[in-house]
Design a protein around this ligand. Structure first.
Ligand SMILES: NC(=O)c1ccc[n+]([C@@H]2O[C@H](COP(=O)([O-])OP(=O)(O)OC[C@H]3O[C@@H](n4cnc5c(N)ncnc54)[C@H](OP(=O)(O)O)[C@@H]3O)[C@@H](O)[C@H]2O)c1
Length: 292
């Protein structure tokens, strides 16, 4: 019989952490989760991280803790770096000392978006925002401080939980008759529910090809396409207008193209990834069920 694996989840009150919580029953008996939020475990304090790990013997740590406010980061780079670089360094060092495998979630925003074919794990990172820069610094700390890690870069994460574009569109769609969304930024929406399946598979399949992986749903969309599908699937009638990014200026620059190549993760997990539209239908159903 296989030993039950102990899995620590940091930053568990955010979108991804809440999604893991909602799906934990699927792996009862093989994984034992401990969920911590920023009050229980502040990853920016090395002492707290050391003390928390203590002798608990976690087999895995899934790091969902991050500074994710992309625009706010432009004027608060200190906090972004403290959490996304220093906090991640603390986790990497303590995981290494404790023989814990780290599953860390990173972002397509480490790229500059100047390519026009999907980004490979080996492509050069060149972030164009403070947030992207801080996440890349965090990745580098992991690579520098440990051997047994998975850095999983994902994009346009949404779910039935927390704050995300999908939920914002549902809200605006009910409040407004007309909405403008940018059509000149292209990437792939990713269901956090699908990402959690993949994180769980990495653990239960005992994958040991450590390193950097890209994971998103299949397909390509602009934010306009994504919004349009959200309204169509959820029967919301809104006059949706495509606009250029330059007509909707935000403090942080976003990569114009951030589609990721997923061959590596598909091979290692023997995975078939659902198209983003199929997953959007599923997430919409989960959201409806949970909102009742
Ligand atoms: N959302 C996206 O579109 C997207 C896209 C690509 C990649 N990602 C990555 O995916 C991961 C999960 O994102 P998410 O959408 O779940 O983000 P989220 O909803 O913003 O959750 C982040 C969590 O981190 C916690 N946190 C912040 N500082 C902390 C600290 N010092 N110690 C412990 N916890 C701390 C926050 O807690 P408090 O609220 O209490 O501060 C929050 O619960 C992140 O690494 C993000 O960079 C996200």
């Amino acid at each position: 019989m296989q030993k039950i694996k102990k899995v620590l989840v940091t930053g568990a009150s955010g979108q991804l952490g809440t999604t893991i919580k909602s799906m934990r029953h699927r792996v009862e008996g093989s994984l034992q989760f401990e969920f911590t939020d920023s009050d229980d475990l502040d990853i920016t304090s090395l002492e707290s991280v050391k003390e928390f790990f203590g002798q608990k013997g976690f087999d895995y740590c899934i790091n969902c803790a991050a500074y994710t406010q992309v625009d706010k980061a432009e004027e608060d780079s200190e906090t972004a770096l403290k959490i996304n670089e220093e906090g991640v360094k603390n986790l990497a060092q303590v995981c290494h000392q404790s023989n814990t495998i780290l599953l860390h979630v990173s972002t397509d925003f480490v790229f500059d978006g100047r390519k026009n074919v999907p980004y490979l794990e080996t492509d050069r990172a060149n972030p164009v925002s403070v947030y992207g820069h801080s996440k890349f610094k965090g990745e580098q700390q992991i690579v520098r401080n440990m051997d047994r890690y998975f850095i999983i870069r994902t994009s346009w994460l949404y779910s039935a939980h927390g704050h995300n574009f999908f939920k914002s569109m549902l809200k605006y769609g009910k409040e407004r008759k007309e909405l403008s969304v940018v059509f000149d930024q292209v990437g792939t929406p990713t269901s956090a529910h699908d990402l959690v399946e993949v994180l769980i598979m990495m653990i239960t399949n005992e994958v040991d090809n450590y390193g950097i992986y890209h994971y998103s749903n299949e397909g390509v969309a602009s934010w306009y396409d994504f919004a349009s599908a959200i309204f169509e699937i959820n029967d919301i009638a809104v006059d949706l207008k495509p606009i250029r990014s330059k007509d909707y200026p935000l403090p942080a620059e976003r990569p114009a193209y951030s589609v990721m190549d997923k061959h590596k993760i598909k091979k290692v997990l023997d995975l078939t990834i659902p198209h983003w539209r199929k997953s959007l239908v599923e997430v919409s159903q989960i959201f409806k069920k949970e909102s009742k």
